[in-house]
Design a binder for this molecule. Sequence first.
Ligand code: UD1
Length: 423
Amino acid sequence: MDRLVIKGNRKLSGEVVISGAKNAAVAVIPAAIMAQDVCVIDNLPYIEDVKCLYTTLNKMGAESVYEDKHTLKIDSSNVSETKVTFDEVRKMRASYYLLGALLGRFKKAQVAMPGGCNFGTRPIDLHLKGFRALGANVEICGDVVCVSAEKLHGAGIYMDTVSVGATINIMLAATMAEGVTTIENAAKEPHIVDVANFLNMMGAKIKGAGTDVIKIIGVDRLHGAEYTIIPDQIEAGTYMIAAAITGGKVKVSNIIPKHMDSLSAKLMEIGVGIEEGDDYIIVDAENKNFCATSIRTMAYPGFPTDLQPQMTTLLSVCDGTSMVTENVWEKRYQYIDELKRLGAKITVEGRVAIIEGVKELSGASVEATDLRAGAAMIIAALKARGETVIGEVKYIDRGYEEVEKKFSSLGADIKRINVEPEV
Ligand code: UD1
């Protein structure tokens, strides 16, 4: 069992190169099995969720090989298995994309439902409603979802709630349905556009991704394609916030600055210097005091829920009282008890966290309660005086590539230890 040991109270400085987007990768890889052909996907983050999908695809009969750490070549011509067991995907929430991809290509799938981060009920009713609208029969047997159809047909689908996963999953299946599908009230996250772009390069006909109405004209067959995944907006935001909390100056590069607008605006509002280039942002927090603010998490282009724990951590050391409202996930404040161990003063009332800024944090032993909570613990530890030990690093490894190496290169004192007794 790995732990991260961080000695805090050091300014970060230098440049960090951001990896490909986890949330795009976990949808683009399943999309690749829809082509009876070879796809090459580049700029993949080298993280546990991607490695898990790679193993699963090969068990399904695909021949996928890592050309290098960030490039997967996937030959899906011989995929025959449409059942995915719990053991294969238990650690990974986004296994649900295999449903849409397999339903599209084979008109059937049985996929065990999802693992990943535990922060409240994570329903997939909208995904299933969409599949049904396309003509699929849906059954749930224990933890396995079974979908099948004689044939899929296009449909008009209105999403009751804006859902990233449901938008992508319905888009995957509808790509190989007969006729036209329209998804209204679709999510607009950058990785939805990324998946649509990849599908279009494989021969799909998708328009409107990135707006709230997506139109898909079904096709019979998809061919192979080469594709480069977009940069990870959440990893970039994590490093931006980390630079700010340490009072450092960091160039966060290989990003799309536009994707960072909601975070950049909030950082500037509290007093952090932000300079944007074509594919980088320089965060300058040297010799500055930061003031409190309010944040409400929302679907893109609103402030992302996946940066809420990291930003709440930064606000815990800003002057004054801040308020954070979590509108997406009901239980996304589990990490706050951990943050309090380091000295943060936060009260949670339902979806609202009230944060009374403190002058400093001090090191303690804490757990990563989920992926982004783990990132928040690192950020808090970088600020704290003394040593912090973070447990449950497996959550962090799901979504952050070489986290200790990247932070070390910015001057952090961070190391990984393995606390398992030697056998
Ligand atoms: C994705 C991201 C996750 C992020 C979330 C919100 C991936 C792999 N994960 O998760 O990191 O936190 O978007 O930005 O991309 N909902 C329903 N019914 C459904 C589906 C969702 O009610 O069938 C609700 C959820 O309870 C939640 C909201 O819709 O309150 C948004 O969820 P959704 O956008 O679907 O999140 P994910 O795609 O699971």
